[in-house]
Design a protein around this ligand. Structure first.
Ligand SMILES: Nc1ncnc2c1ncn2[C@@H]1O[C@H](COP(=O)(O)OP(=O)(O)OP(=O)(O)O)[C@@H](O)[C@H]1O
Ligand SMILES: [Mg+2]
Length: 444
């Protein structure tokens, strides 16, 4: 196996990328540095309705941040969440899970989205779950994923949607980065106290209060993902399908959905795809005498199972996982993973993935997304893209060779590095490197 291979390719120049930068959102975070590292968590208020404390919350929010001119429906949904919060219908923390994730509701109390604030991610400074806090404290080198840039899970969530959308996979619920404020979020005690004092001053001395930049709690930046109704953890349905297999036509349709999940996960190198991190929606035909049989002749075929890929926050590593923690894709143990990729999957993604301009466009879009983080580092971004290009290279080869997902995950990990050509700025060299070591310990 040759260690490296260099290919010159013509693609968009970096000045063109910068020109697109106008599309990126402004993100001047005025987060206050806490003086006292003390955390105060106030439980969700159980009585909805207008709560005085919530009144000035939106006063601190740069409302233009949450506007998406290219997607008015999404802007409207975020607006509904803001209005609900302003009326005391607060996001509710999801009890399961290792991070501060919240079900966001509209004014009628219906869950419309899942919000994951950056600073409440598993190893974020305001993560409310004590297990992660203990991990960080007791054994910092053994926990967390050393191949990932820390605390950028919210960007990974939005980036997974971006990849899904560009490839028309249609399995990731729409996810974008927004800012929200809610007193049910986890804040430092000092932030809550400051907000109270400012509010009191505002009430007593309105003229002084008007000089404050922000009255309420600090807004939190995070991923905002549409809530999909009627889905259950994949684990639930996969067990059911074992005992009660799907009819062949539905099994075929499910296989196509499954392949889309494989394509997504492989490209973004998801390190957290357990069977609880994807969802399936399925309405089985009515059951009679313990057997699947329609009680009345169905008017139309039962709908095929649909897949939703959620929880994409631990993807886009800047290097392949190292040899002692491999973070396998858990779908690789499913029977569906032994079936060669279908013609439909090939037709869907091969034309784009084999087009170097498409791949470069994808990298450029990810650049615009990732660079909005305060800790953005161009070198790490380039390394993330090298891993992603390597994944795309393997995937296209696997699709062309009609391999199965199991065979795909057994291919040697490769990175494709980009460097400027010495001859002209419009050319780049791409260098392929194999990461040959196979993991000796596989644990997620
Ligand atoms: N977009 C969504 N639509 C519907 N339900 C969702 C969505 N996102 C999350 N959920 C539900 O919320 C649960 C927790 O979500 P998720 O796994 O993304 O959170 P998490 O805090 O990252 O958890 P963990 O760290 O355990 O993976 C999921 O198991 C699922 O039931
Ligand atoms: Mg999860």
């Amino acid at each position: 196996m040759s260690a490296s291979e260099t290919v010159p390719i013509l693609i968009n120049t970096s000045s063109e990328i910068e020109a697109q930068g106008a599309r990126s959102v402004s993100c001047s975070d005025a987060e206050d540095v806490p003086l006292v590292p003390e955390v105060a968590f106030e439980s969700a208020l159980d009585s909805p309705g207008i709560n005085r404390e919530s009144q000035p919350l939106l006063g601190g929010l740069d409302v233009s941040y949450n506007q998406f001119p290219d997607d008015p429906a999404f802007s409207d949904l975020v607006w509904q969440a803001e209005v609900a919060i302003d009326h005391g219908i607060f996001p509710e923390r999801i009890s399961q899970g290792s991070s501060g994730s919240y079900f966001v509701k509209n004014q009628s109390g219906k869950i419309i989205a899942v919000f994951k604030p950056k600073d409440e991610e598993p190893y974020g400074r305001l993560n409310p779950k004590w297990t992660k806090w203990m991990h960080k404290l007791c054994c910092p080198c053994c926990f967390g994923r050393s191949c990932l840039i820390p605390n950028q899970g919210y960007l990974s969530e939005a980036a997974a949607y971006l990849v899904d959308h560009k490839l028309s996979l249609n399995i990731v619920p729409k996810t974008r980065v927004v800012k929200l404020v809610s007193e049910t979020f986890n804040y430092f005690r000092i932030d809550r106290q400051k907000a109270r004092v400012k509010r009191a001053i505002m009430e007593q001395f309105p003229n002084v209060g008007l000089r404050f930049n922000r009255i309420g709690l600090p807004p939190k930046k995070g991923s905002f993902q549409l809530f999909v109704d009627g889905y259950k953890d994949a684990d639930y349905w996969l067990r059911r399908f074992e005992g009660d297999p799907l009819p062949p036509d539905l099994a075929k349709k499910f296989q196509l959905q499954f392949e889309r999940l494989v394509i997504l996960d492989y490209i973004i190198r998801n390190t957290d795809r357990g069977n609880d991190n994807w969802l399936i929606k399925y309405d089985p035909p009515a059951v009679a005498n313990g057997k699947s049989a329609p009680l009345v002749p169905p008017l139309s075929d039962p709908a095929a199972p649909e897949v939703a890929a959620i929880d994409n926050g631990l993807a886009f590593p800047y290097k392949h996982p190292d040899s002692w923690r491999a973070y396998p894709y858990h779908w690789a143990w499913l029977p569906q993973a032994k079936v060669p990729f279908s013609e439909e999957a090939k037709e869907l993604v091969l034309p784009q993935l084999t087009d170097m301009n498409f791949v470069q466009d994808l990298c450029d879009d990810l650049y615009l997304l990732f660079k909005q983080d305060k800790g953005f580092d161009r070198n790490y971004y380039e390394r993330q893209m090298s891993v992603m290009r390597g994944q795309i290279l393997n995937l296209t080869q696997a699709l062309k060779d009609s391999k199965s997902p199991v065979q795909l995950v057994q291919m040697p990990a490769v990175v494709v590095e980009k460097s400027q050509s010495q001859h002209t700025s419009r050319f780049f060299n791409f260098t392929q490197r194999f990461q040959d070591k196979s993991p000796f310990f596989s644990w997620c």
